[in-house]
Design a protein around this ligand. Sequence first.
Ligand code: SF4
Ligand code: SF4
Length: 78
Amino acid sequence: MPPIIDKQKCNQCGYCAQICPLDVIKVIKNDDKKAVIVKYPDECWHCRACEKDCRQHAIRMRYPLSHLMLHMDVQKEG
Ligand code: SF4
Ligand code: SF4
């Protein structure tokens, strides 16, 4: 699941698009307007680089269920 960009907080600086190792996020320029979009959501590997480095705190991660599961060691009986 891809990150979500809060358009109210985002200032279109483009830093998240620069640092994403998989080019998931793109800056779209149209005349004098810019928009930051999650263009390839299925490519995101949830490294959180974009979320951590966004100075506007405009990115929120969504994780697939497999990332939310806890793994516990169970002691063997006997
Ligand atoms: S780093 Fe944050 S503020 Fe900058 S474009 Fe990305 S989401 Fe927007
Ligand atoms: S979590 Fe990592 S891979 Fe996914 S969009 Fe952000 S920087 Fe790119």
